[in-house]
Write a protein that binds this ligand. Structure first.
Ligand SMILES: [Zn+2]
Length: 199
């Protein structure tokens, strides 16, 4: 994954090929000042279309068992293969955030959940996404392994495998959840768990 380019547009390099052409007329977009806008933007010299590049929303859950454990998935694919993460995925255009939370959790774990409070909302600039994490009570289903997962299993708040968590946002969400449900537990120093995150 390339670095965030805080240059023109602040658009991650990997995203540039997807925002090169005008989605209205197919012309080549240019980058620069737009009348009435406070920052430089991509726009089409041919038809005047302004191409706004905004983050997408990733909806995730921390599925909670009746014993107060969190179900995590050991990922079977890159990025983060072999490491643990919560279920989640991109919000579709025709569903609400809570519908997406229920759908993604069912698809990735086989578990039916009722999303409750939002544990946190996290920006991942280099990935161009915002990640929302719901605490979600498990109300049915059977834990399953999917094409993308090696294993699904519960972890008590005091047994989170911190060094084996896949993503920085997963670390943040789990840390914020533990701080909420078990304020007596020591929290991991996320800067010392630092290493290269795959995405
Ligand atoms: Zn155009």
């Amino acid at each position: 994954m390339s670095e965030v380019r805080f240059g023109p547009g602040g658009i991650p390099d990997w995203l540039e090929p997807m925002v090169r052409y005008c989605s209205r007329c197919g012309g080549l977009l240019g980058f620069g000042p737009i009348e009435g806008e406070e920052r430089d933007r991509l726009s089409c010299p041919s038809c005047g279309f302004v191409s706004y590049v905004n983050p997408r929303l990733v909806v995730t859950t921390l599925p909670i068992t009746g014993r107060g454990e969190v179900m995590l998935i050991r990922r079977g694919i890159e990025p983060g293969r072999g490491r643990w993460a919560q279920p989640g995925g991109f919000l579709e255009i025709d569903e609400t955030v809570r519908e997406a939370a229920v759908r993604e959790t069912l698809e990735e774990t086989g578990l039916r959940v009722e999303p409750g409070a939002i544990v946190g909302l996290y920006s991942r600039l280099h990935a161009g996404v915002v990640v929302v994490a719901f605490e979600a009570q498990i109300v049915g289903g059977v834990p399953t392994v999917t094409r993308e997962s090696l294993e699904t299993r519960p972890f008590a708040p005091e047994a989170i495998p911190w060094p084996e968590i896949a993503f920085e946002t997963s670390l943040s969400a789990l840390r914020d959840w533990v701080a909420r449900v078990r304020p007596d537990l020591p929290l991991p120093d996320l800067t010392t768990i630092g290493r290269s995150f795959g995405g």
